[in-house]
Design a protein around this ligand. Structure first.
Ligand code: G3I
Length: 416
């Protein structure tokens, strides 16, 4: 075993043992406070993420090949929740730190056209776009076609022809409403099956769209391109960050789209992570194969959930582990010129989806409930600032090591 492998294994083992020790000595965290009654948020020290990201050296190394430094932007963003525009302190931090925002829910089909076909209400979604434009930020539109948060009037009883018409009408209406005010679109979200039925099942998730319109993904991208010739069009999904069976299915779908001339510009890796992080070498290789198709990669929904203590708090070890994960994801993206942005799914733990989705877990984002920057924020900042010698994240990695690291990390992640 190489030193790196021994070090890596020791790190995982130590982390797991340290967790066992720290579970009874957790510090009390500050109590949650509605961000709208925080007058002046505790602003982070050091340069703003959006400033560093504007023109950043991209240190690229591949399997020991000569390094290449490219100075090009890396967008840093957040998902913005409904009514965020009513929270002055939240807005202060968001505008200071980020250059792209994604409406977390307000641009989805259900919220946009809730009551009857053709009757759109853009009020809430427009607030996100207005805020972005007021602060020189980009808008990442989310999402034109998904199987969740659909309006009640959209029923599977509609005929395939009607569903095809609904899908195209929705994309045309929303993309045309915003035009170039929305620069990037998650055209189709979560189209890939998590685990196909046995080995010969369809690679595609079974949804109201896929069951009625076998070519709905191609149709959605052609329709979006027709509605906006210049927007960046992405296919977005989760658990596809590393080379694995699901990302293989995504790769095969996307490679076929490229072969067919479907107007796709990139893929979104959502990045909803746990405390065992990722195999960063596998993530780098995964990014590279999509880049080799001529596509860009966006980290679209990054968060790192932690197992909360009895009082809803986390240990210093957990906080540091989370920061390391944020740092490593940033570094993998920085070393891949085709990786264009890192966006977290929310900014502050106060508005994260995690506690309602995964009870007992939380503290997933770079800012705490009081809008104070956490070690995760500073890890993102330092990853962007560090002038490192090129560090090939795959150096010394082999499958046995990956297995052990993910084994210990996987077990540990059930607890922290
Ligand atoms: O707006 C209604 C409100 O009127 C009602 O009183 C309340 C109680 O039922 O529900 C509110 O809607 C909720 C909505 O969030 C807005 O808060 C929905 O119930 C709830 O299901 C919805 O959850 C969102 C989830 O997508 C829906 O699947 C989460 O906030 C959002 O963070 C999450 O985001 C998704 C991405 O779009 C795609 N990738 C995965 C990610 C996490 O699931």
């Amino acid at each position: 075993m190489s030193f790196r492998q021994i070090y890596s294994f020791a790190w995982s083992l130590t982390g797991f043992l340290w967790f066992l020790f720290t579970i009874t000595t957790m510090p009390s965290s500050t109590s949650a406070q509605e961000s709208d009654n925080i007058d002046v948020p505790p602003l982070p020290t050091g340069p703003r993420l959006r400033t560093i990201g504007t023109n950043i050296p991209r240190i690229v190394s591949r399997n020991g090949a000569a390094s290449l430094t490219l100075a090009e932007p890396l967008a840093i963003g957040i998902a913005t929740h409904t009514n965020f525009h009513q929270e002055p302190a939240y807005q202060t931090v968001a505008a200071r730190e980020y250059d792209v925002i994604t409406p977390e829910n307000d641009m989805k089909m259900g919220p946009l056209v809730p009551n009857q076909r053709g009757s759109y209400d853009f009020t809430a979604a427009d607030e996100h776009v207005r805020f972005a434009e007021a602060h020189g930020m980009q808008v990442h539109g989310h999402t034109l076609v998904w199987h969740q948060q659909l309006p009640d009037w959209l029923q599977p009883s509609l005929s395939p022809a009607e569903l095809r018409s609904v899908l195209q009408e929705h994309i045309r209406t929303v993309v045309s409403h915003y035009g170039d005010r929305v620069a990037v679109w998650d055209v189709v979200n979560e189209a890939i099956a998590d685990s196909p039925v046995l080995f010969f099942g369809s690679p595609m998730r079974s949804t109201i769209w896929s069951r009625a319109i076998p070519d709905y993904v191609d149709l959605a991208f052609f329709t979006a391109r027709e509605a906006n010739p210049s927007a960046i069009l992405l296919l977005n999904d989760y658990s596809v960050e590393e080379v694995n069976s699901k990302s293989n299915r995504m790769y095969n779908l996307v490679a076929g789209m490229v072969r067919r001339g479907v107007p796709i510009d990139g893929v979104g890796f959502q990045g909803h992570l746990r405390a065992n992080g990722l195999n960063y070498c596998s993530m780098a290789n995964n990014m590279q194969r999509f880049a080799d198709l001529g596509l860009d990669i966006y980290i679209t929904e990054l968060d790192v959930r932690l197992s909360l203590g009895r009082n809803g708090d986390i240990s210093p070890f957990q906080s540091q582990r989370q920061a390391d994960i944020y740092r490593n994801v940033m570094r993998v993206c920085l070393e891949q010129p085709a990786c264009k942005s890192v966006q977290t799914w929310g900014m502050t733990d106060l508005h994260s989806w995690i506690p309602s989705f995964a009870p007992g877990f939380g503290s997933a984002l770079p800012f705490d409930e009081n809008l104070a920057a956490k070690p995760a924020y500073y890890a993102m900042q330092s990853a962007m600032l560090e002038q490192r010698t090129p560090d090939d994240v795959c150096a010394g990695q082999d499958d046995s090591m990956n297995f052990l690291e993910s084994l210990f990390g996987g077990i540990a992640s059930f607890f922290f």
